[in-house]
Design a protein. Structure first.
Length: 223
């Protein structure tokens, strides 16, 4: 096992989580697997995770695991039940309203570390070996962009939508629309969004996100 200090391990985890490593659909992989990948003991890992939790970077739920970001409010957790009452097409309507605006704010507020993390996620998505892997990195990219806006209410709305999108049946539907050709096109659009954010061009970022989500919506309609 590696002998590494708790602050050092916490920093390693912080950087990894920012880049979407060791995270699947917002959930950190199991502690045993994470400890093995990092070659550290479970006790040292838990201490590092405790530090990240105290910093508000992760949260835990008994019996469900460890998650990146801020914990959902009780009301947000109840929204997960909407998956049985709405449809992917309704979700796309909402996404087309909120995410272009979030991209606009990200162009004004995202830090360089946020932008670097988004770019890493975009390139990981572009290199994905299968549709499930693409979906993981695509979700991480949109989550990081939402966090970079630094608006609690925007983030809460985004995460409410994501709570519905995480429904397993919908996940399979999304993956079934992602052909290699479509993934290539969507990845180019991801790059355009990040480029506009880095250029601090809010109008361009907003339009790039709208174009991206419009193509996702068209792909769903063709499914």
């Amino acid at each position: 096992m590696n002998e590494i200090s708790t602050p050092g391990l916490a920093e390693t985890l912080r950087n990894a989580f920012d880049q979407g490593q060791y995270v699947e659909n917002g959930r950190v992989i199991a502690e045993r697997s994470l400890a093995e990948k990092l070659a550290v003991g479970r006790r040292a890992l838990r201490k590092a995770l405790d530090e990240l939790e105290s910093d508000g970077l992760i949260w835990r739920r008994q019996g469900q695991g460890t998650f990146v970001g801020t914990p959902p409010t009780p009301r947000l957790r109840r929204l997960e039940g909407l998956a049985t009452k709405t449809s992917p097409y309704e979700i796309m309507e909402v996404r087309l309203e909120i995410e272009p605006s979030m991209a606009r704010f990200a162009a004004l507020r995202a830090s360089q570390a946020d932008i670097d993390a988004m770019r890493t996620m975009v390139e990981n998505a572009a290199r994905a070996k299968n549709q499930a892997e693409y979906e993981k990195w695509d979700s991480a990219f949109h989550q990081k962009l939402a966090e970079s806006v630094r608006n609690t209410l925007f983030l809460a709305v985004f995460e409410a939508v994501n709570a519905v999108r995480r429904d397993a049946a919908w996940s399979r539907m999304r993956e079934s629309t992602h052909s290699d050709r479509l993934i290539t096109s969507l990845s180019e659009q991801h790059r355009a969004i990040v480029e506009a954010i880095e250029m601090r061009d809010p109008n361009r970022a907003e339009e790039a996100m709208r174009a991206h989500l419009s193509q996702v919506e068209r792909a769903l309609n063709q499914n």
